[in-house]
Ligand binder design. Structure first.
Ligand code: NAP
Length: 278
């Protein structure tokens, strides 16, 4: 492609989005001429705003809360993983003019855990907390890593039951209420609830962790989240937040758009340092 191609992230709220800085660094690294903006879209106005963007020569969009379902409906063609997730975080105008939808959240999570943190998922007993849009996006890539077992628990248990039955053809998994945890122990616990955003965490039995358990919170921030503090207090083997997932899902979107894989480690380090200094 030549000239400056236009990209953006659509969300509401959007002020604190790190996507523009992440893509700016990726573009510099890969010597790509591109512009990337954060756009606040009014609730109910996604399709109109996206149509306007592409009609005016836009090349690709990232989509964040609360529009991933709208983007799924807007896409004219869907990748298998977006179809499965029922949500789209990346829209691309491809060569034939069609707007294609993809979901890179799950790849982002798995790449951060496996490649960056060295937490191989294969053979592990995995517990996922939450059953919202993020879990929908990550279940397939997670199950494809072949954990020994996967239990999905949620405050509204029916959602976890529903998701477990939707994904059961990939690999066996269970879904339901937090009570299902009982006295069971897990090697990997992924917090995919938004509870941390309001300084909370779901109540968990301390018997859940072994001395080798890893705990991952999809939420990130300058300070450890309540779930991360809980995990450290209960002597988890390793604890991480979702900053790496954010950068890795962005890298996958960048790859879809520009066919180049940026280096993510320096970007994660740079964002971490900026967050801690703020
Ligand atoms: P969502 O669709 O709104 O789902 C929120 C989930 O959190 C639901 O399962 C909800 O349970 C649960 N929840 C909320 N408050 C809770 C509480 N106090 N106690 C127990 N459970 C609670 O949100 P989402 O899109 O799945 O996102 C989940 C989190 O992941 C968000 O914080 C988001 O910022 C983060 N995320 C991070 C990345 C990244 O790149 N790092 C990517 C995607 C998402 P109910 O079903 O009972 O309401």
């Amino acid at each position: 492609m030549s000239g400056t191609d236009k990209y953006a992230v659509f969300g509401n709220p959007i002020k604190h989005s790190k996507s523009p800085i992440i893509h700016r660094i990726f573009a510099e690294q890969c010597d790509q001429q591109m512009q990337y903006r954060a756009v606040k879209v009014e609730l109910g106005g996604f399709a109109q705003a996206a149509q306007h963007f592409f009609d005016n020569g836009g090349s690709g969009l990232n989509i964040t809360v609360p529009f991933k379902r709208d983007a799924f409906g807007f896409a004219q063609r869907l990748s298998d993983r977006a179809m499965r997730a029922g949500a789209v975080n990346t829209l691309t105008r491809v060569d034939d003019g069609v707007i294609e939808g993809d979901n890179t959240d799950g790849i982002g999570l798995v790449r951060d855990m496996v490649a960056n943190l060295g937490w191989a998922v294969q053979g592990l007993r995995v517990l996922v907390l939450g059953a919202g849009g993020a879990v929908r996006g990550v279940l397939e890539p997670l199950l494809r890593e072949r954990p020994r077992e996967l239990l999905l628990v949620n405050r509204t248990p029916e959602r976890a039951v529903g998701l477990a039955s939707e994904f059961a053809d990939i690999a066996p998994l269970e879904g339901g209420a937090y009570e299902l945890i009982g006295e069971r122990q897990f090697d990997l616990i992924i917090n995919a609830t938004s509870a941390g955003l309001s300084g909370e965490m779901p109540e968990l039995p301390s018997s859940l962790l072994t001395e080798r358990s890893c705990c991952y919170d999809m939420v990130y921030g300058a300070e450890p989240t309540p779930f991360m503090r809980w995990a450290a207090h209960h002597a988890a083997w390793a604890v991480a937040d979702g900053l790496g997932m954010l950068v890795e899902q962005a890298a996958q979107s960048f790859y879809i758009w520009r066919q180049q894989r940026p280096e993510t480690r320096p970007v994660i380090n740079q964002l971490r340092a900026a967050m801690e200094a703020a």
